[in-house]
Design a protein. Structure first.
Length: 362
């Protein structure tokens, strides 16, 4: 990974944001900038310096992983170590404004940091510079995402074997998660969703103790983390013979997903992609049943920018990796969601998820 290049680009973005430095505490941002994958770290970036702080537990890991930054291993939390370093280097640095990631710093941490800083250095909430950079994936990231998606998709076969009337949702989730680890996944990218029967009408129905009924939809939404990168996919299957109305709802969601996929492309706004999916469902009388957004960016985190929702002005750019996942949920009856991961290209998009979308009956 081109950690040095990422840091250099961030350094050039500091001045236009009227910052002399940026203290990064959000772990995925730290990983993106220097490669560190541990759970205690902070990185300080100024126009000419890059210093990574961690504690003794991560000394060896930092030496192996961190690139492009000086490493400081301290006997105190990384944030305190960063403040101490700033006190010692205040004169040399001549910095006046230090950016912090307000979304990722607790109120207590902020006040501790403010107290520990040298006088003359003030804190400012920085714009999400690293998140913005992370939106467009480079070739190496796309390869990692592709590998994660393929591993994730292989789990759908496991789900198809495990889903049977009377089997608990948690048992199906357990089979998926076991297979994921066996195949080398770092872990799951979020709590596996296996939502059957009436529970499938809950868009975020985490696998429960409920037994899969003899007839109804089963929404399976799952993903893995592989080499740090997340996958995310949803398929909805039907246990027992689907009646006409059930098939109609499924087909409507599939058409909505197809319409959104066809809208994706460089230069298109995130809101337009959302609108194209919503329009199809509205035409089928299901507009009110589509209760969430159409998709989201995926990368080092399962949910990252951009967000594909009504009115979102973010413009899609080549290299963005996003999900397309419309759904329709009928309370008390059941729900359908179909989700793929795609890479935005100049002309449109490339679908990463290899799995078919015909309604599978079990
Ligand atoms: Zn999902
Ligand atoms: Zn998703």
């Amino acid at each position: 990974m081109d950690y040095k290049g990422r840091q250099t680009r961030l350094q050039t973005a500091l001045e236009p944001s009227r910052l002399d430095g940026l203290l990064i505490t959000h772990l995925p941002n730290i990983r993106y900038l220097c490669g560190f994958s541990g759970s205690a770290g902070a990185i300080l970036i100024s126009e000419s310096k890059s210093v990574f702080f961690t504690d003794g537990r991560y000394k060896e890991q930092a030496q192996v992983e961190v690139q492009g930054s000086r490493i400081v291993v301290a006997r105190k939390p990384p944030l305190s170590a960063a403040a101490e370093w700033l006190v010692a280097n205040a004169k040399k640095l001549g910095a006046k404004t230090l950016g912090i990631e307000a979304e990722h710093l607790s109120v207590a941490e902020r006040s501790r940091l403010a107290k520990a800083l040298p006088s003359g250095l003030r804190l400012r909430e920085a714009p999400p510079l690293v998140e913005q950079a992370r939106m467009r994936k480079d070739a190496e990231e796309i390869e990692r995402l592709r590998a994660a998606v393929l591993l994730g998709a292989s789990l759908f076969e496991v789900a198809l074997t495990a889903i049977r009337p009377g089997v608990k949702e948690t048992e199906v989730a357990a089979e998926l998660e076991y297979a994921a680890r066996r195949a080398g996944a770092d872990g799951m990218s979020f709590d596996t969703i296996i939502a059957s029967g009436a529970r499938s009408a809950r868009p975020h129905g985490r696998a429960s103790e409920a037994a899969i009924p003899a007839n109804g939809f089963v929404v399976c939404d799952f993903g893995v983390i592989l080499a740090g990168y997340c996958s995310d996919m949803t398929r909805t299957v039907h246990v027992g013979q689907p009646d006409e109305e059930t098939q109609r709802v499924y087909a409507a969601v599939r058409d909505a997903q197809q319409a959104a996929l066809e809208t994706v492309g460089a230069g298109v706004s995130a809101g337009d992609v959302d609108r194209s999916a919503r329009k199809v469902l509205q035409r089928k009388g299901l507009g009110m049943r589509f209760t969430h957004s159409t998709g989201h960016g995926v990368g080092l985190e399962i949910h990252e920018a951009p967000r594909l929702a009504a009115g979102q002005k973010d413009v899609l750019q080549p290299g963005m990796v996003i999900t397309i996942e419309p759904g329709a949920y009928l309370p008390g009856v059941g729900g359908v969601r179909i989700e793929d991961m795609v890479v935005v290209t100049e002309q449109g998009c490339q679908i990463l998820t290899p799995t078919g979308k015909e309604l599978i009956t079990i």
